[in-house]
Each structure stands twice: as structure tokens, then as C-alpha cells.
Design a protein around this ligand. Structure first.
Ligand SMILES: Nc1ncnc2c1ncn2[C@@H]1O[C@H](COP(=O)(O)OP(=O)(O)OP(=O)(O)O)[C@@H](O)[C@H]1O
Ligand SMILES: Cc1ncc(C[n+]2csc(CCOP(=O)(O)O)c2C)c(N)n1
Ligand SMILES: [Mg+2]
Length: 319
């Protein structure tokens, strides 16, 4: 099934970014069997017998980080980390990455352009080593605008193959790793890309659908459901809320649903497989059952008293 439905389908205001991605999907020629194009966390290219998984993310000063507040090394780490998270979202093993920099002429905050470039790479290096994703090239430019970083990462599927976001079926169990919300305080930089977790879980049981939570559970789950052609019911009390989100008091659940940049995994698995994963718990970061999928469309939130309301797809969108 296509990971995207037609333009304007569904009851949501998808915004410019998603409308464009839908348009791209329609506009670009269809790919042959075994390849994945626009619409999933990463693309898949067929290479005579094997497959290459490829993903790119662009990070901009003032949008994804703030050079007046955040250490340059942390910004570098995040730039690679978000790409590793997208490889994890396909259950792919990282193999290497390209790093392209548009550096502000004159540097930032007393840091020269060259220092800036070097410190970004120093921030990426430990993560590249830890995840077996060496920097294999890139490009360096200087311009009169803000710092812009692009990382393009490559991966390979495991024996079980990649996991798309459109494979959920009615009756699947929805799981998330770790906890959600409050990422702006620290987790947006310090998160662990769930590469090992994705590979471990997919090896333990075939996952039906998988994506990373970058824009907020309510929005990303809505995307997974729309791509898969299913509806979902999520238990409000089951959502694992981070301590950072809990600090906000009454708004904690809203933060967990819509802050974004959690970089956790959202998984759909067949009920028996989900049961086994939850019992065996092969990942240290935690795995929580948050709800289930069903025939139909839309996402609902069920409260402890049994009432359910439609879940607003609120999250981060580039407008
Ligand atoms: N300018 C573009 N040209 C071609 N494809 C694009 C472009 N922008 C986005 N895409 C594709 O659209 C899809 C959605 O992109 P997006 O960056 O939102 O990915 P995501 O995985 O949903 O989010 P994130 O990168 O935050 O994890 C991806 O398949 C991506 O490759
Ligand atoms: C300075 C600053 N302002 C706002 C945010 C929050 N934020 C930025 S991008 C994003 C979602 C993912 O983006 P993308 O879809 O591009 O992957 C979120 C939640 C931040 N981290 N820093
Ligand atoms: Mg993603």
C-alpha cells in the first residue's frame, strides 16, 4: 500500500509541509518493486541483490537549535542523531553518512567559521563511532545566512527487511519505546537514536509498521494510521510521560502528545508478537503498549472512565 493517500484525504489540515510531500508523491514517477520513495522515514534503493536505505535531514539555526544558547558540539550530535533515528525507523543498520554545512560568514558568537565546522564534526564523531556510521564525505559552504546543516545517512536492511510505516493492520497493538514529551529542555540534543532497539525488536518479532516520533505522537500516529489505512485507539493513561513533561503539571499529557523531537519508536505489531515483546522486554529503554489499531480511519484517545474523544493531530509542522 502507498505510504500516502491522495491530496486532501482525511479530516486533517495537513499544512504546507505535508501537502508538498503528498504532491511530490503524486508528481514523481513511481518506483519499481522493492524500492521506497517519498513518504517513509527513509528511502530504499535496490542495488543488484541488496538494498540501500537513505535519509536526509536539514537543521537550521533558530528552527532546530539556537547557536546563541546551545553548545556547537550538541548541535552536531543532534544533526547526525536525527538521521540515525530515521534509519532506526526503517529497522536499518547504519553504514555511513555525508555532512554538508552552510556556515555563517564571520562565524557565530565569537566562534570562527572554521572552529564552528570543526566543533560540529567533533560533536558528531562519538555518535558516528558508537553507531557504526562514519562520516564519508559532504560539502562545505559559507554564506550570509544562518548555520544550516544537512546530514544524509545510509543504512542496510537486516535479514528481516526494512519496516515501513504503512504496514499496520486492524487489530495490531501499538507500542512506543522510552517516554514522551518535554524534549525542548534537553532530550532534543541528548536523545539516543533507537537503532539498537529497532534492530533488537525486529529480530525478536516481525514488526508490521515502524516510524520515529519526531513531530509528536498525535501527529506521527495519525500519519502512520493514514499511511496504513487503519484507525487507532490510544489509552491516555498508558502513554509513557517523561519527567520533563510531568514538570508541567496538568499539561503533561498534552506535552507528551505534541511536543515532538522525542526520537522514540512507534511500532505496530501483531497481538501475539506484541505480547511476546512486552513479556521478554529485550530493550532497556522500556516498551509500552499504548493502544491498538482497528478498521476505519482517525485516532481516538480513551480515558480511564471509558469515554473516548478524537485525538487532535497536534505537533510540529514547518509552515
Ligand atoms: N524536498 C523534498 N524532496 C524530496 N522528498 C522529500 C522532500 N522533503 C521531504 N521529502 C520526503 O518526504 C517524506 C517525509 O519527510 P519528513 O522529513 O517529514 O520525514 P519524517 O521521517 O516523517 O520526519 P523526520 O525527518 O522529522 O523524522 C520523506 O520520505 C522525505 O524523504
Ligand atoms: C530553536 C528551536 N525551536 C523549536 C524547536 C522544536 N522543534 C523544532 S523542529 C521540531 C520537529 C522536527 O523537525 P523536522 O520535521 O524538521 O525533522 C521541533 C519539535 C527546537 N528544537 N528548537
Ligand atoms: Mg522520521
Amino acid at each position: 500500500m502507498s505510504p500516502l493517500c491522495g491530496p486532501h484525504s482525511g479530516p486533517y489540515d495537513w499544512g504546507m509541509e505535508l501537502e508538498f510531500v503528498r504532491w511530490l508523491h503524486e508528481r514523481l514517477p513511481a518506483l519499481s518493486e522493492g524500492q521506497i520513495g517519498v513518504g517513509d522515514d527513509a528511502a530504499v534503493v535496490a542495488l543488484g541483490g541488496s538494498q540501500l536505505v537513505a535519509t536526509a535531514d536539514l537543521l537550521i539555526d533558530g528552527v532546530h537549535f539556537d547557536t546563541s544558547q546551545h553548545a556547537i558540539e550538541r548541535i552536531g550530535r543532534k544533526s547526525l542523531g536525527v538521521n540515525l533515528s530515521d534509519l532506526a525507523a526503517m529497522a536499518a543498520r547504519p553504514v555511513g553518512c555525508l555532512v554538508s554545512l552552510a556556515l555563517p560568514r564571520g562565524g557565530v558568537g565569537g566562534v570562527t567559521t572554521q572552529q564552528l565546522a570543526m566543533r560540529l564534526v567533533e560533536g558528531m564523531a562519538p555518535l558516528a563511532k558508537e553507531f557504526g556510521c562514519p562520516i564519508i564525505g559532504g560539502d562545505t559552504n559559507v554564506h550570509s545566512g544562518p548555520l544550516v546543516i544537512n546530514v544524509t545517512a545510509f543504512g542496510e536492511p537486516t535479514e528481516r527487511g526494512v519496516v515501513r510505516r504503512d504496514g499496520a493492520r486492524p487489530g495490531d497493538v501499538l507500542l512506543v519505546t522510552g517516554d514522551l514529551g518535554g524534549s525542548l529542555s534537553a532530550k532534543q540534543f541528548d536523545f539516543t537514536p533507537r537503532v539498537h532497539e529497532a534492530l533488537t525488536l525486529h529480530a525478536a518479532a516481525p514488526l508490521r509498521a515502524l516510524m520515529d516520533l519526531s513531530d509528536g505522537l498525535s501527529l506521527d500516529l495519525t500519519r502512520l494510521c493514514e499511511a496504513s489505512g487503519v484507525a487507532a485507539l490510544v489509552d491516555a493513561d498508558a502513554i509513557p510521560i517523561s519527567n520533563a513533561a510531568k514538570m508541567t503539571g496538568e499539561a503533561a499529557l498534552d506535552h507528551a502528545l505534541s511536543d515532538g523531537e522525542d526520537f522514540e519508536l512507534l511500532i505496530a505489531a501483531a497481538p501475539d508478537d506484541a505480547k511476546r515483546l512486552l513479556a521478554e522486554m529485550p530493550v532497556a529503554c522500556g516498551l509500552t503498549r499504548i493502544g491498538e489499531t482497528m478498521a476505519g480511519s482517525g485516532v481516538s484517545l480513551r480515558y480511564a472512565d471509558g469515554t473516548a474523544t478524537p485525538l487532535d493531530a497536534k505537533g510540529y509542522q514547518h509552515q
